[in-house]
Design a protein around this ligand. Structure first.
Ligand code: HEC
Length: 151
């Protein structure tokens, strides 16, 4: 009878080891996810490699487009109708940003991140009639703003 107690403890060791292994696997999966690339979104922009240098001509074009089409809903450092856009080039992939602007309706309903934003802001961003070149210029403007903010 006295032998049963240590035996009972011994039996729980394999279970503890299994739990430890599972915990390690879950931790490894999270670490991998954190280091994975940011999602690119859904739309025409599949792969975009940005030059290290910011192009001032594109920035000026992008700023003009932003003022005309976007400033009614967006500011940079405070929430407005839509999210504050400061830091957007850090938290989103460049492809995602361009797809959000070029393919807004599909993004807000089918992209997980954009859908979460819609749920939070409760107003759908309007899909605007901009060309890929105009949207690329807006992205350059965002890069300049984030650069100036030290982000
Ligand atoms: C009618 C208001 C409105 C206009 C106009 C608008 N947006 Fe938005 N935008 C939003 C809202 C609201 C969201 C959050 C998603 C949603 O609710 O649809 C958003 C989300 C975004 C996001 C994602 C922000 C993040 O934190 O990831 C970007 C980038 C963006 N807009 C850029 C633009 C650009 C560039 C323009 C102009 C070409 C523009 N928006 C015009 C309302 C607007």
């Amino acid at each position: 009878m006295q032998m049963k107690l240590p035996l009972g403890h011994a039996r729980s060791w394999p279970l503890l080891a299994l739990v430890a292994v599972l915990a390690l696997l879950v931790a490894a999966a999270f670490a991998q996810q954190a280091s994975a690339e940011l999602p690119k979104g859904i739309g025409p922009i599949q792969e975009l490699t940005l030059p290290a240098e910011i192009d001032p001509v594109l920035v000026a074009e992008g700023e003009a487009t932003f003022t005309t089409y976007c400033s009614a809903c967006h500011k940079f450092e405070e929430r407005y109708v839509g999210p504050a856009l400061a830091g957007v080039t850090v938290r989103r992939a460049p492809e995602w940003i361009m797809n959000m602007i070029l393919n807004t309706n599909e993004m807000i309903f089918n992209d997980d991140t954009a859908y979460d934003l819609l749920a939070e802001y409760m107003t759908p961003m309007s899909e605007l009639p901009l060309t890929e070149e105009q949207v690329r210029a807006v992205l350059e403007y965002f890069r300049q703003v984030d650069h100036d903010l030290g982000l």
